[in-house]
Design a binder for this molecule. Structure first.
Ligand code: IFM
Length: 440
């Protein structure tokens, strides 16, 4: 069987390894007094999600959390990157607090500490409370204040014990994927909505950072996703299209959060749709960061298209594909580690998500995942040797879970989940990583 050759022994002594999940994807959102979210509404609308699946039961982590934490400890991981659900903490998004929700996260964090795991909290991983979606959700500037209030309530309870915190997972997905491409809740395809979300997500990030600093919390960062944009052909038009794609995907949030600027080539298209006075918010969006997290999975081939801005179409090249149809391109991770460093200098970086979906069954070794992880760890290792201050690597995901619009079919886990019996079965990749992370 394939091994992970780039294990703990190859990395600097203080390098950390972890696994990640998110609340709606694993918890079982129908339990424990959580409020309705825009994902429940999106999934209940025919055509949005495969088989109209939602997160009502998911992995029933709310019941199985202790055994799930045992799996992380037994795998030899250092960090557990998890998220809290806004709608579990505040079912209406504002106002009343669900004590059972806060109690759950309190126990979960203590459970991590008891097992020697570092709790890496994300405040928002996409489950917007439906009553806030009714008010316009990310299109409404007030969301920055609502998010700041939620941040304060959650962090007053668990902020003293988490190891790190990031406000919003993958701002590009929250804004562009969900309001321009329409693939995720709320499923809009509207450039004005997208421009507003692209700005308000950054503003909410900034406000949440201010709240957490005022509470005295440390080790605060941002987690952005990156996709390697390659021109579809050598034509100058395709090169320019790939640049625009790169700007929207990879430079917009990084530029705003790190430098306090939006990239000019993206503003060219978005400026007419931005909320009035957006310039005055840039200082709030740019808050001091203690680290930056990169989520990386794949590359995309981008061609010029004769249609309105951003004048582009997306294509798949000829590298091997994962179950998602995503090309396997470790070179992109190497590229982005250097690229992000060109913005952040000495700031510690973490790969906060990396992994692949595979049509796994419990009795077949997931060799493809082992090779994927090993090749990306090798790319990370190369970047460190070249001077990138990369401090950790976190696999997506601990276990198979709800893959949003693609339902339960796409399996990203190191641990197989039978969604009928809820039985967890560690895959070959879990065992390979455990061997590679063992301290000797
Ligand atoms: O499952 C998602 C996760 O919620 C965010 N990052 C990408 C993963 C795989 O698509």
């Amino acid at each position: 069987m394939t091994d992970i050759t780039h294990g703990r022994a190859h990395f600097p002594q203080d390098f950390l390894f972890g696994v990640a999940t998110s609340a709606y994807q694993i918890e079982g959102h129908a339990q424990g007094g959580a409020g309705r979210t825009h994902w429940d509404d999106f999934a209940a609308t025919p055509g949005n999600v495969i088989r109209a699946e939602d997160g009502a039961r998911a992995c029933a982590h709310l019941e199985h959390w202790q055994a799930d934490l045992d799996l992380i400890r037994d795998g030899g991981f250092d960090i557990y990157r998890f998220s809290a659900s806004w709608a579990r903490v505040m079912p209406e998004g504002r106002g009343a607090v669900n004590d059972a929700g806060l109690d759950f996260y309190d126990r979960l964090v203590d459970g991590m500490l008891e097992r020697g795991l570092k709790p890496a909290l994300t405040l928002y991983h996409w489950e917007l409370p439906s009553p806030l979606a009714d008010l316009g959700g990310w299109r409404n500037r007030d969301i920055a204040g609502w998010f700041a209030d939620y941040t304060e309530i959650l962090c007053r309870r668990i902020g003293d014990r988490v190891w790190s915190t990031a406000p919003i997972n993958e701002p590009w997905c929250v804004a562009w994927l969900s309001h321009f491409l329409g693939h995720h809740a709320p499923g809009l395809r509207d450039i004005r909505a997208a421009a507003r979300a692209m700005h308000h997500v950054g503003l909410a990030h900034g406000r949440a950072m201010q709240v957490m600093r005022a509470l005295g919390m440390g080790n605060l960062g941002a987690v952005c996703n990156f996709e390697y944009a390659l021109p579809f052909s050598d034509s100058p038009d395709d090169h320019a299209a790939a640049q625009r794609y790169d700007g929207i995907y990879n430079r917009w949030f990084l530029g705003a959060m790190v430098k306090g600027d939006y990239p000019a080539d993206v503003l060219e298209g978005l400026a007419p749709h931005m909320p009035t006075g957006w310039q005055d918010d840039m200082a709030t969006i740019r808050q001091p960061l203690d680290w930056l997290g990169l989520n990386y999975y794949t590359c995309k081939r981008i061609a010029h298209a004769d249609q309105p801005w951003p004048h582009l179409s997306e294509h798949v090249g000829d590298l091997p594909l994962t179950q998602m149809g995503w090309e396997i391109c470790p070179e992109g991770l190497h590229h982005f580690l250097h690229f992000v460093q060109s913005y952040t200098g000495d700031l510690p970086l973490y790969v906060t998500e990396n992994g692949m979906a595979n049509p796994d069954s419990p009795d077949q070794p997931d060799e493809a995942r082992i090779a994927y992880l090993n090749d990306h760890l090798a790319a990370a290792h190369r970047a460190i040797a070249e001077g990138v201050p990369l401090k950790g690597y976190i696999v997506w995901s601990l276990m198979d879970n709800y893959e949003w619009a693609l339902g339960y079919e796409k399996r990203f886990g190191l641990v197989h989940v039978d969604f009928d019996s809820l039985k967890r079965s560690p895959k070959a990749s879990y065992h390979a990583l455990r061997a590679a992370l063992a301290r000797n």
